[in-house]
Design a protein around this ligand. Structure first.
Ligand code: HEM
Length: 153
């Protein structure tokens, strides 16, 4: 794996994640649309960071972030918009995400990966993300979160 795929939908680069092939998403039926477009992405990201901020179970990853979560919230929203096949807001502003490199300053091991996934799972539950888009996001988030690890266990 050489880097993060920024175009997960068919027609883009493959992520190397075999689970991707099982989904029916394409240029006329993007994960972005299935999640509810701009509003759906915004809602998911805000819920995710609200939960990380308020729930002590996530203290282990909350503490890696700045006290003010607005930058992180805005950037995850911009990133997910493009990553799901919607407007490439992040790339237009910051260039290639180089997500793994940008996470290098933060120690991410299995524990942090699992906390991130748990927080995102709770956020998806709260936003009632269901059906094919849910299976897609479960697989894709797990894949990327695992790729973010940078600690020997
Ligand atoms: C696996 C556990 C993860 C941890 C512990 C983690 C932690 C962090 C931290 C501490 C920041 C800096 C935020 C700030 O400015 O205060 C950050 C930024 C970011 N994270 Fe994560 N992250 C994880 C996984 C992910 C995943 C799976 C994604 C995408 C699906 C993601 C997307 C981003 C983005 C887009 C940024 C902004 C990067 C930038 O431009 O600076 N992260 N993350």
């Amino acid at each position: 794996m050489t880097g993060l795929p920024i175009q997960p939908v068919p027609g883009g680069e493959s992520s190397g994640d075999p689970s991707e092939d099982a989904f029916s998403f394409g240029p006329d039926n993007t994960p972005y649309d299935a999640l509810g477009g701009n509003e759906g992405v915004q809602r998911l990201v805000e819920t995710f960071y609200d939960m990380m901020d308020c729930d002590d179970r996530f203290a282990g990853i909350r503490s890696l972030h700045k006290p003010d979560l607005s930058d992180a919230t805005g950037k995850l929203y911009e990133f997910l918009s493009g990553w799901l096949g919607g407007p490439q807001l992040y790339v237009e502003k910051y260039g290639h995400p180089k997500l793994r490199g940008r996470h290098m300053p933060f120690p991410i091991g299995e524990n942090e990966r699992d906390l991130w996934m748990m927080c995102m799972t709770d956020a998806m539950n709260a936003c009632e993300v269901e059906g094919e888009i849910r299976s897609f996001l479960d697989a894709r988030f797990a894949h990327v979160a695992n790729f973010m690890r940078n600690q020997e266990e």
